[in-house]
Design a protein. Structure first.
Length: 269
């Protein structure tokens, strides 16, 4: 809770001139320092320096760092063309501690968001948390412990245990996973059931029956199958996309999620 209070107070108290004064000090490959730790960020194309920005906080994969994220075709290309500020924290020893609620990485990520709000005008209603692989599991951990003010979780190929006890939850959830993932194994349910990867959030929101929404694709060689749970007592929707491949960020997936969340016409990239 203390992290939430800190973020909220800073989001509403940022100085408007901060963006123009600080963006040249840390941007893209030049990290922003928070004590002994750091993060990277990338502004959207054509930002006027004044309007409040949606934020995508993205946790990198194992043995990566945030400087890769802010240059990544399937992440940064999606944010910079949709008016979204991309924020990429650096994990200690290039990894994340998502294994339990005692992790210091949740507090660090909250401090990152607070620091971003000091530098930029942030739209507090459009804070999105994302990640890939170990970073996806870290994104799950963050919203599990500190997600009440997060508009959506955008998770790629990594989860927590579906039996995890989460004290908080984001307002909505979107997850994608390959059925043949052998790195962060696809979490099949009993009898090989394929909607189990989002069971935790379906239970948290008290959702009813999921509705298959058919196939979609951004590139001709990868087809995704979508199921949505919209009939939920609290929160939601929960969106699950699956594909027949392995462990990767599907082309156009982050772009499509942002288009839907921001009420934009879908385009790729």
């Amino acid at each position: 809770m203390k992290h939430l209070i800190l973020i909220a107070s800073l989001v509403f108290a940022f100085p408007i001139l901060a963006a123009g004064q600080t963006k040249d000090l840390c941007h893209m490959e030049i990290p922003c320092a928070i004590g002994e730790r750091s993060y990277h960020l990338r502004e959207p194309d054509g930002w006027d320096g004044q309007n409040a920005l949606p934020v995508l906080l993205h946790f990198h994969g194992w043995m990566r760092q945030g400087d890769l994220v802010v240059k990544h075709d399937r992440i940064a290309s999606a944010t910079r063309k949709r008016g979204v500020l991309l924020v990429a924290p650096n994990g200690q020893r290039r990894t994340w501690d998502f294994w339990s609620s005692e992790t210091p990485d949740v507090g660090f990520a909250a401090e990152v968001l607070a620091d971003v709000a000091r530098r930029y005008p942030v739209d507090p209603a459009r804070i999105y948390v994302s990640g890939y692989s170990y970073g996806s599991a870290m994104a799950w951990r963050y919203v599990c412990e500190n997600g009440r003010d997060v508009a959506a979780l955008l998770a790629v190929a990594g989860t927590l245990r579906q039996t995890e006890d989460c004290p908080q939850a984001p307002k909505s959830v979107r997850h994608v996973h390959g059925l043949k993932d052998r790195v962060m194994d696809f979490p099949y349910g009993p009898g090989g059931e394929t909607t189990y990867p989002v069971q935790l959030w379906r239970a948290a929101y008290a959702c009813g029956v999921g509705e298959p929404r058919g196939q979609w694709q951004a590139v001709d060689w990868l087809v995704l199958e979508r199921v949505i749970w919209e009939d939920c007592a609290s929160g939601g929707p929960v969106v699950l996309d699956t594909h027949s491949g392995g462990h990767f960020i599907p082309h156009g997936w982050i772009a499509r999620q942002l288009d839907e969340l921001l009420d934009l016409e879908f385009s790729y990239p």
